[in-house]
Design a protein around this ligand. Structure first.
Ligand code: ZN
Length: 432
């Protein structure tokens, strides 16, 4: 047995001891001779953040279509994304995952739905980047099979054939799903870029393997209008018809949902990835977070792609979620700091189907974020200090008890060099 790791001296929740990748004690922990001690005097420790929705490849195209709504933004970006090589996606994934780790994420979900020329080694590249960073990955094999010529939004050259998608999804599962550091999810992109057949067959495929399902839904009024025009029904009605309402599904955004639809999703336990900054950036709307949670939906937090949220870290979404809920409801206690920390950790883990990640209890996996507390010692409540205080990166980050960030720096990757490589690649696309 390896020696016990003890994070000692944190103001919240006290000391934490870790052995064999699990939390074994929390509180005031008497020293033992062989302990490996990490000094956390005055720091704040939370469970590692869980990012429930992201598109890592979008780090290649930050800062474009800045004044556009969803459809205009997508139409401007699809042709550029169609130019990305596997190496570009790896470079973006390395930066994206590195930034997530340094800002407190121990689990990252990536919804990758662009597979130009059908080359699905792009998923190998994302897994490889996650392994280099040391972060836990939920890899969504995304897909689009409805191009412009058949009534979809994306140009034909960025969509794939349905049979090819399903065969590739089987292969990605076989290559990468281990249920520990890499979880594969089946994830057709959005109602305006997929066929009903792909939705139905994807659900069958995922359930055959006991895997989870993910898609974008109810993000904008444009999307709702598209569904009404094409199907004569609203997005959640379509979701139900496709067999997608269940506790093995989580949806990105979930904004434009009426009371009846909310009751249906809540009873089923369908999760929602709330991405407040991205929603604000493209003026999609404000998610009814407190209603969804009251209805029974787990609500996690997501960065969404950095082409619609140039920050790229999840930490700022804690405060943004709190502010958005209060402004939407004009209620100053709509969400409290503890609520958004819960959403960013435990509820996010529930969205992703993990029951042993996301809280600081004995027996849970040791996915831990140590936040510097030096400048927050004047605020009595630690979570209030963390959420409402200034933005910060982690001092240390542990995934499965392994140190991924030490003293603010990634252990496995030179993040500054990764940014330089990415910027060179990205500039090449400026003329496209
Ligand atoms: Zn998204």
């Amino acid at each position: 047995m390896s020696p016990r790791l003890v994070l000692r001296g944190a103001r919240h929740p006290g000391d934490i001891a870790v052995a064999d990748g699990r939390i074994v004690a929390v509180g005031t922990i008497p020293p033992e001779p062989d302990d490996v001690v990490v000094n956390c005097d005055g720091d704040i420790i939370t469970a590692g953040l869980v990012n429930t929705h992201h598109h890592l490849y979008q780090w290649m195209t930050r800062g474009r279509a800045v004044g556009c709504g969803l459809f205009g933004w997508l139409v401007e970006l699809y042709p550029v994304w169609g130019q990305l090589s596997v190496e570009d996606v790896r470079a973006a994934a390395l930066v994206g995952l590195g930034e997530l780790a340094t800002t407190g994420c121990t689990t990252a979900s990536d919804h990758h739905y662009l597979v130009p020329r059908g080359d699905d080694t792009v998923f190998d590249a994302i897994v490889d980047a996650a392994s280099e960073v040391g972060i836990r990955l939920h890899l969504s094999r995304g897909s689009m099979d409805l191009g412009e010529s058949r009534g979809g939004l994306p140009p034909d050259h960025v969509v794939e054939d349905r049979d090819a998608i399903l065969a590739s999804t089987e292969s990605v599962i076989a290559r990468h799903h281990d249920g520990e550091m890499v979880h594969v999810t089946v994830a057709p992109c959005s109602p305006f870029s997929v066929t009903p057949e792909l939705m139905v067959e994807s659900a069958e495929l995922a359930r055959r393997h006991g895997l989870r399902l993910h898609t974008h839904l109810c993000e904008t009024v444009e999307e709702q209008r598209h569904c009404l025009e094409r199907f004569g029904r609203r997005p959640v009605e379509m979701l139900d018809e496709w067999g997608w309402v269940g506790d093995d599904v989580w949806l990105a955004h979930g904004i434009h949902i009426d009371d009846g639809e909310m009751a249906r999703l809540g009873t089923a336990g369908t999760g929602v990835a709330h991405c407040p900054s991205s929603n604000a950036r493209i003026a999609a709307g404000m998610c009814r977070v407190t209603d969804l949670r009251a209805a029974g939906c787990p609500v996690g937090l997501g960065v969404d792609g950095v082409a619609s949220n140039e920050v790229g870290g999840l930490f700022g979404e804690l405060r943004q979620a709190l502010y958005t809920a209060r402004l939407r409801e004009l209620r100053p206690d709509a969400l409290m700091p503890g609520d958004v920390v819960e959403m960013g950790t435990r509820e996010g883990a529930r969205c992703l189907g993990m029951d042993d990640v996301g809280s600081l209890q004995v027996g849970m996996r040791a996915d831990l974020a140590v936040w510097p507390g030096d400048d927050l010692g004047d605020i009595a409540d630690a979570l209030t200090a963390l959420v409402l205080g200034p933005d910060r990166s982690v001092r240390h980050l542990f995934v499965e008890g392994r140190r991924v960030v030490a003293d603010g720096l990634l252990s496995g990757t030179d993040l500054a060099a990764a940014h330089r490589d990415l910027a060179g690649r990205s500039r090449r696309l400026w003329e496209v």
